[in-house]
Design a protein around this ligand. Structure first.
Ligand code: ADP
Length: 621
């Protein structure tokens, strides 16, 4: 029967064939990885499910080729696929994250084959080297086999077929350029590079030819040889493993052509016995901020694969970690549902998180430059940890980084603390969407004058974490855009200035009645005429925007408090006038420019411009 590919698949296929060809050879890694997953799945069933126990299962992957016919075949005797599986797996893209990513990829026309496996569309990469593909598969426990076939354009067909045992055979009709892979040496090379540590044996069948003195062929004999070393790498002692072994294993596991940023291999013995091998990728996974991200950690029990799709294996904020957990103590037939409440797994996870965070901590102390590269990628998820993982909060407080008014790049809470002035009671911060705007905020003038450092929090998530933290050690975190945060800034304006300014304040208050909560005389402004702050107990305007954007439509309409600089000429310009139109224009501009300086979009820009224009043309008093 003829089926149409889902639109996204067609887009993807087009992209793969036309742009992502820079690193074609990875198609073989993807096919082997699929075969290995299929073997893992069946192996799990043979231990966990009684109906599969009698199956005579000798897991293996076989590769063969025919150079003249331009054919390459990858076969496994794993779980297999039935008609529905074929349709769902090789006709659609299930994860919405992948779809979103594809759109982005299209826009940027990024040409990085490294991304192919990352977003889980590995199989389709075979169309980089093949003009047509046939997949013949029989699902374990079923009698009927099925053949899927496609030329990678718009359609594919599925029809019934024959296959002796369970498993899958992928047959590639190679393109002219793809023919280089119908070759013993190139296949061996690719397997050694990417798939050497696949835990199942990979066999290659080839013609072993003998040549005579004049280069003539004397004999040719079919031979089948095992190519990969095939040990579960993480079970081997560290002392036997070389850096390159770890990297090679990562390329397979993480579908990444880049080397990992770091890896951490741990064998725990004692009350709990387990091995973990964790990797931190050099670049954040593309789906890190999608709700349906693909978890990167696989669970094994005594080398038997259990699952690679369990988000409980790592806390959400460490979802960028790749790797393997292999337990000696869990029962082999542990059901995936039970895992979440499992005490053993909980303990392994707790210890693993501690270990990883400890590793990050020592990196931050011993190699600041490398740590910054890590922060560039993973600061944000670590910040999520501050409100997700209370047990490790203190450690996480030392790991997260912020921008600041006094240092270039990033700084930490503890570095801030070490620079605090004697007697300084608070850690000051300002939040908003863009560091450049924040740095020139009028709110900071008085802090600058007093030489007080302010943390620049320009990451959306900062709005959420700071209120949930409240303190760092004994210091309260204080937003500079709040009433009350100016306590440390010095004397209150004297009563004379206060009373002299009162009439102007009243005028502005009247003019802005509906737009502000209050108008006050400021003690934090030096050069600017006005600024806005939030009431001590209100959310900031930025947070209100964020909540709205997150779909919390019920967010109350929050009005800011306008602070004015009583000595500024613009403010003074309405001291002696009763011209209400002019007062309204000056007051409106004072508020709007204060909003603009905080990076907040004006609701009525036209109104602002008209007021400015009237003021620029001049009023007769
Ligand atoms: P991914 O492996 O990242 O999920 P693929 O496009 O490579 O993406 O494969 C899609 C799906 O097709 C797999 O998740 C799996 O369910 C199925 N599949 C692919 N190859 C095989 C195979 N050799 N045996 C069984 N199922 C397979």
């Amino acid at each position: 029967m003829v089926h149409h590919f889902q639109t996204e698949v067609s887009t993807l296929l087009h992209l793969i064939i036309h742009s992502l060809y820079s690193n074609r050879e990875i198609f073989l890694r993807e096919l082997i990885s699929n075969a290995s997953d299929a073997l893992d799945k069946l192996k799990y069933l043979t231990v966990a499910d009684d109906s599969y126990k009698s199956l005579n299962f000798d897991p293996r992957i076989d590769i063969s080729f025919d150079k003249d016919a331009r054919i390459l075949v990858v076969t496994d005797n794993g779980i297999g696929m039935n008609e529905t599986d074929l349709e769902e797996s090789l006709g659609t893209i299930a994860r919405s994250g992948t779809k979103a990513f594809l759109e982005k990829l299209n826009e940027d026309a990024k040409r990085d084959s490294n991304l192919i496996g990352q977003f889980g569309v590995g199989f389709y990469s075979a169309f980089m080297v093949a003009h047509s593909i046939e997949v013949t598969s029989r699902k374990a426990g079923e009698e009927q086999a099925w053949k899927w076939a496609s030329d990678g354009k718009e359609n594919y067909t599925i029809e019934s077929a024959q296959r002796e045992t369970q498993g899958t055979t992928v047959l590639l009709y190679l393109t002219e350029e793809g023919t280089e892979y119908a070759n013993r040496w190139s296949i061996e090379g690719i397997i050694k590079r990417y798939s050497n540590h696949v835990a199942f044996p990979i066999y290659l069948t080839f013609d072993d030819k003998k040549y005579g003195e004049k280069g003539e062929e004397i004999s040719s004999e079919k031979k089948t040889e095992r190519i990969n070393s095939g040990t579960a790498l993480w079970r081997r002692p560290k002392s036997e493993l070389k850096d390159e072994d770890y990297k090679e294993f990562y390329r397979q596991l993480g579908h990444d052509s880049e080397d990992p940023f770091l890896y951490l291999h741990t064998k725990a013995e004692g009350t709990l016995e387990y091995t973990t091998l964790f990797y931190i990728p050099a670049k954040a996974p593309f789906d890190m901020f999608h709700a349906d991200y693909k978890p990167g950690v696989k669970l094994y029990v005594r080398r038997v694969f259990i699952t690679d799709d369990d988000k409980e294996l790592m806390p959400t904020y460490l979802r960028f970690v790749r790797g393997v957990i292999d337990s000696e103590d869990l029962p082999l037939n542990v059901s995936r549902e039970i895992l979440q409440q499992n005490k053993i797994l909980f303990n392994i996870k707790t210890a693993s998180v501690k270990k990883l965070l400890g590793e990050f901590k020592s990196l931050s102390e011993n190699d600041k430059e490398k740590y910054m590269a890590f922060i560039e990628q993973f600061n944000r998820p670590l910040k999520e940890g501050l409100y997700q993982d209370f047990a490790n909060r203190e450690l996480l407080e030392e790991l997260v980084r912020f921008k600041s008014t006094t240092v270039e790049g990033f700084t930490s809470f503890s570095e801030y603390a070490s620079r605090m002035k004697t007697g300084q009671k608070y850690i000051y911060f300002i939040t908003g969407s863009d560091a450049k705007t924040l740095k020139s905020s009028p709110l900071l003038e008085a802090y600058k004058a007093k030489d007080l450092e302010v943390l620049i929090m320009d990451d959306e998530i900062d709005e959420i974490i700071v209120p949930s933290l409240g303190m760092y050690k004994e210091w309260e975190l204080r937003a500079v855009n709040r009433t009350g945060a100016d306590e440390e800034l010095g004397e209150k304006p004297d009563t004379q200035t206060e009373s002299e300014s009162q009439p102007v304040i009243e005028k502005i208050k009247k003019a802005l009645e509906n737009r502000v909560k209050d108008v006050r005389l400021s003690r934090r402004l030096h050069d600017s005429p006005s600024c806005i702050v939030a009431d001590e107990n209100d959310p900031t305007l930025q947070l209100a925007h964020l909540l709205k954007a997150m779909g919390q439509a019920e967010t109350p309409d929050i009005k800011p408090i306008l602070e004015i600089n009583g000595e500024h000429p613009i403010v003074l310009s309405i001291k002696n006038t009763e011209n209400e139109a002019k007062i309204a224009d000056v007051a409106g501009v004072l508020l709007d420019q204060a909003l603009l300086m905080e990076g907040i979009r004006l609701q009525d820009p036209a109104d602002f411009v008209q007021r400015m224009n009237r003021l620029l043309t001049g009023y007769s008093v």
